[in-house]
Design a binder for this molecule. Structure first.
Ligand SMILES: *Cc1c(COP(=O)(O)O)cnc(C)c1O
Length: 365
């Protein structure tokens, strides 16, 4: 697909391929929660959520309430978990039929107050337990007190989150987290005298610890095409392709400099291509000064000088490159966002979720 401006292409067939692949790793009875926080990891939350709903996922998850409200406004009907509600969110959560994750006594009290105001005695919610990530969630010693507070309104699911599911060097730690989750679940179920539905695994959890899929799994990065390991390169297909074009070419003599603060100095005759994309579009300054590389006519070209807000300059010396040519930042073929981001010491999650709203989206199959 040749482009005329900076464009993110969203390939929905790749999304389906990834969903099918991840589902093939779990049992047919296990429900699937698709994580669509942060604009569906930088893609397009409405288009992607509609497609996922159409493909039959059971649940969606967002980080913040506004993200869930936006999905409801666009007519998404399936259950939506809000992972990280804030204290003032609960009226909106209830009015838009979102399911809050309750992760602390403080946030539970705001939830209870909102239910009272709405004259509701029950409402679907989930409880998050901290089993070692030490980010959000109740811990084991909270269980007794928690049980008294939720005795009349049981959670629809309880869940936890693994901190290093992609790192098999940390297998012992992951197994300790799994044990802790099972132990907390058993205590809670005994206290409430019921069985509760559970979920634990994210993408790498599905790939590495599928024995612990419980009643549902949660996947984000895998749906967008990354398995956090090179061995999934042929099974998972990146959904996003980021392309731009060469706006202008400059032929520089030795000693000329490029960009703000003269970040690049030409040690020989150098050909520079200016691209219409910058740090405001999500290509951070860490990609500048020779770290990041883009594909120009199938060949790697280094990003030189400092990344500007709206532009990037690349060294195309010796490459067959002219104004108006296509430039690939990452695609679903030879050069993935994982490879691109590694050069600047970061990860696929960060580069794709940073792609700014100002870049044009193009939806294809
Ligand atoms: C973001 C997130 C996920 C998705 O993780 P992936 O590694 O992208 O699959 C799952 N669970 C929680 C709690 C999250 O915050």
């Amino acid at each position: 697909m040749p482009v005329k401006e900076t464009t993110v292409e969203i390939k929905l067939d790749n999304l389906k391929n990834n969903l099918d692949y991840l589902k093939s790793k779990i049992s047919r009875q296990t429900k699937f929660m698709a994580v669509v926080k942060a604009f569906s990891y930088g893609s397009d939350s409405i288009v992607v959520s509609e497609e996922l709903e159409r493909l039959g996922v059971d649940y969606l998850a967002v980080a913040y309430t506004k993200e869930g409200v936006d999905l409801r406004k666009f007519g998404i009907k399936i259950p939506i978990l809000v992972l990280h509600p804030q204290e003032n969110d609960f009226n909106e959560i209830i009015n838009h039929s979102l399911e809050p994750s309750i992760y602390s006594f403080r946030i539970l009290s705001f939830f209870v107050d909102a239910l009272k105001k709405e004259n509701k005695t029950t409402y679907p919610f989930q409880i998050k337990f901290n089993t070692g990530l030490n980010r959000l969630g109740f811990i084991k010693k909270d269980v007794q007190k928690l049980c008294k507070l939720i005795n009349l309104n049981h959670p629809k699911y309880i869940f936890s989150h693994l901190g290093a599911s992609e790192d098999l060097g940390e297998k012992n730690y992951s197994e300790k987290q799994i044990e802790e989750f099972i132990s907390i679940s058993e205590t809670l179920e005994k206290e409430l005298n019921t069985t509760l539905k559970k979920h634990l695994l994210n993408t790498s959890g599905i790939l590495n610890y599928s024995d612990y899929q419980f009643d549902m799994v949660r996947s984000g990065i895998g749906l967008y095409g990354f398995g956090n390991d090179i061995k999934y390169k042929n099974s998972l297909k990146p959904v996003l392709t980021l392309k731009t074009i060469v706006s202008q070419i400059h032929n520089l003599d030795t000693g000329s400099s490029v960009g703000y603060n003269r970040g690049f100095l030409a040690k020989k005759s150098t050909v520079i291509a200016t691209l219409p994309i910058g740090h405001a579009d999500g290509i951070g300054r860490q990609y500048g000064n020779g770290k990041g590389e883009v594909l120009v006519g199938g060949k790697l070209a280094k990003i030189v000088g400092n990344v500007c807000m709206d532009m990037i300059m690349v060294d195309v010396t010796g490459l067959n490159c002219k104004e108006g040519d296509d430039v690939i930042f990452f695609d679903d073929n030879s050069y993935s966002a994982e490879e691109f981001s590694k050069k600047a010491n970061t990860i696929s999650y960060e580069i794709i979720s940073s792609i700014s709203r100002r870049i044009k989206r193009k939806i294809t199959r």
